[in-house]
Design a protein around this ligand. Sequence first.
Ligand SMILES: [Zn+2]
Ligand SMILES: [Zn+2]
Length: 294
Amino acid sequence: MRPRVVRIAKPPRNTGRLTGQRPDAPAPTACRRSATLSRHEPPIAPVELTVLGAGPAYTDRPGATGAAYLVRLGRTAILLDLGQGSFPRLAAELEPSTLDGVFVSHLHSDHFVDLVPLRHYLRFEFTPVRRVRVLGPAGLADRIDALNGTPGFTLASLDCEGLGGEPVRVGDLVVQPTRVTHTDESYGFRVEGPDGGPGLVYSGDCGRAADLAAMIQPGDALLAEVSFGPGPVPDGALHLDGPAVGDLAAATGAGRVLLTHLQMGFDEAATIESVRRRFDGPVTLVEPGDRAEI
Ligand SMILES: [Zn+2]
Ligand SMILES: [Zn+2]
């Protein structure tokens, strides 16, 4: 996996820890400088995104795994989705039982099926069993139970909660879920630090770009699915294409666009170009290992 920093959006700061930080280690920047801060200064550490998986439901792209995005601020770590094959990449970034929460956008397997290895890991690697909070659509636990044919399978180590329209505070992060057009219950998420500032807006899978517009604040990073590349999206396919994402980013004043979930067979350069024709900020197609400060 080739780590690369997608873009540093703000002036360089003394972060210096974009790789290999263990979750139980103190946040070096904040600790080093805390003695000089008043209590009212905002946290120094930026919200950090690490792409664990950026694939769609299937693809022949080497190394592609299902949707999984790790978002960290200081000692707080959450996941947005955990699709197929991404659990090992999660485990390479942090000890998975230290996750503060997993937010599941919708009940398509490319967005949640690696909750199964997470469940097993928590159940069998620790005595007593460790638990992680999982927030997602209604029926998530039943869906995983059915996959394994075992009632109660999921709740053995995952604490499942439903999502509504209210923001959810998890450690130092605030996650705002918003319903989007895709399945009966699909969400996009906006994640920000406790004191506001630029956020990360994740589209999940989304069949109507306008659903995301109210979530995006000027300067936000927009992590958007672009399933149908340069487009067009076929009738009835509830996904986005590059022109839709570009128009959305331009209309909302997004600071940059991170493209993901590109389906098999679409040209990467043409997809990026289709966004750039409509949005003049930075545009990147992300892949596993990419990191960005928000
Ligand atoms: Zn998907
Ligand atoms: Zn989907």
